[in-house]
Design a protein around this ligand. Structure first.
Ligand code: PLP
Length: 442
């Protein structure tokens, strides 16, 4: 005779237990690791607590004061504050906090300011553009045709004279500036007369550098010639996973089109818990963002220098390696992007393989991308950047076993597990919050 099947409750309690255990192991792993992903960061405790608030359970379609559902008074209050803080931080007249991610914000701009079939300017993926610009990404979804800018590999930014010629020839109506491998500011001011000449909207994807712009450490796109910024809010701006639109335009029709693209174009409800967390993160960035952004960039430059001194092929050595949170390292000699990123992860150092300009195959990235937002958030400074470079050198040049490098990294990280640059500084950065306090099967 067959035994009775497990009642689903018991089976599913075991599943929930496994999911929780996995997430707990993940938190512990990151607490001990050296996380150097340029697009990641850590949320402050006051932002984090809002993610599990009742805002998570509600709908608030539309704008504050003009909702389709009842019960939104406090949501309206928080969203108005969020909008005010965004306009203040970026010194602009327009903000919309309804896109739920950077990609969704990009889709909103494409919906508002381009029609299917239109030519739209962008950098190439190999030069650092985000997959939004690809035919298999947001550009393809909207059916627009990419017009590729010319790239200056030495300076790791757009080649202005050649790009001017390309723009005059193709006359795109919309020009996207902004990258996922974003080392140096984009020469928007130099391109501005050409944008005006051809009547193109300037659009800046600030997903990576949002917190640096707000902290006064990078360019200021809305005051250099772009009308609209799209962004995600969790990279150098250490906020929740969310999206954002900002604008400085003399054309009220552009604002109207952006608003209606945000809702009902690309969102229905806009994830009110993350919107509230974003409001806290924006307030914290007004209070602490300048110091944070300064240290993020100083750390990236220090790490670039320390790696370069240890024989790594860090891009743009003549320009101080970077003006942002990111450095790019060509690791062909060390085995290529994929193998290097993997062996670093084995040693507890988290990076990602990355295509670099001039790579011969998109399937074999020649580099890794390294970012300092998270290690800065937990209080690391220039001396720790030198120690991180020593870890990479030991693993990739001196043949030290991954387990030993990992142990050294863990010792370094042990002093840097608390949040900085936020209210509630000193709180544990990687804590798993056990809300219920007992096992799901009990
Ligand atoms: C330049 C750029 N834009 C947009 C995005 C997408 O943001 P999200 O992941 O919030 O959709 C990214 C993500 O890394 C990015 O690098």
């Amino acid at each position: 005779m067959k035994a009775d099947p497990e009642p689903p409750e018991r089976e599913m309690a075991a599943t929930v237990r496994e999911i929780r255990a996995s997430v707990q192991r993940h938190s512990t792993r990151f607490e001990k690791a050296i996380p150097l992903i340029a697009s990641e960061n850590l949320l402050s405790p006051y932002a984090k607590e809002l993610l599990i608030s009742d805002f998570h359970s509600r709908y608030a379609e539309g704008l504050p004061g003009e909702r389709y559902y009842e019960g939104n008074e406090e949501v309206d209050r928080v969203e108005r504050t969020c909008l005010e803080l965004a306009r203040r931080l970026f010194r602009c007249s327009f903000a919309d906090v309804r896109p739920i991610s950077g990609t969704v914000a990009n889709l909103a701009v494409l919906k508002a300011l381009a029609e299917p079939g239109d030519p739209v300017g962008t950098a190439r993926l190999a030069d650092g553009a985000h997959i939004s610009s690809a035919s298999f990404g947001a550009f393809g979804l909207r059916g627009v045709k990419p017009v590729y800018y010319a790239w200056d590999e030495e300076r790791m930014t757009l080649d202005v004279p050649k790009t001017r010629a390309i723009l005059r020839e193709a006359r795109p109506k919309l020009c996207l500036f902004g990258l996922s491998l974003f080392l140096f500011p984009i020469p928007i001011e130099e391109l501005r007369p050409t944008l005006e000449e051809i009547g193109a909207h300037g659009w800046y994807d600030a997903a990576h550098v949002l917190g640096l712009i707000a902290g006064g450490e990078f360019q200021d796109p809305l005051h250099e010639g772009c009308e609209v910024i799209s962004a995600s809010t969790h990279k150098t701006l250490p906020g929740p996973q969310h999206g954002l639109l900002l604008g400085e335009t003399r054309d009220p029709d552009v604002e109207r089109r952006l608003r209606s693209a945000a809702f009902p174009g690309v969102t229905s409800n806009h994830h009110l818990h993350t919107m509230a967390a974003l409001a806290v993160s924006l307030a914290e960035h007004i209070a602490f963002g300048r110091d944070y952004a300064r240290q993020v960039v100083a750390n990236a430059r220090a790490l670039g220098q320390a790696l370069y001194e240890r024989g790594f092929d860090v891009l743009a050595p003549g320009l101080g390696f970077t003006r942002s949170h990111t450095i790019a390292v060509r690791v062909v000699r060390e085995g290529g992007g994929e193998a290097v990123a993997r062996s670093l992860a084995e040693a507890g150092i988290i990076t990602n393989k990355n295509l670099l300009p001039g790579d011969s195959s998109p399937k074999r990235p020649g580099g890794i991308r390294i970012g300092t937002p998270e290690v800065t958030r937990v209080g690391m400074r220039e001396p720790e950047m030198v120690r991180i470079a020593e870890l990479l050198d030991a693993l990739l040049h001196k043949g030290r076993p991954p387990a030993e490098v990992r142990a050294d990294g863990e010792r370094l990280k042990a002093d840097h597990t608390a949040l900085r640059f936020c209210f509630g500084a000193g709180e544990a950065a990687y804590r798993f919050y056990d809300l219920v306090g007992r096992d799901p099967g009990s």
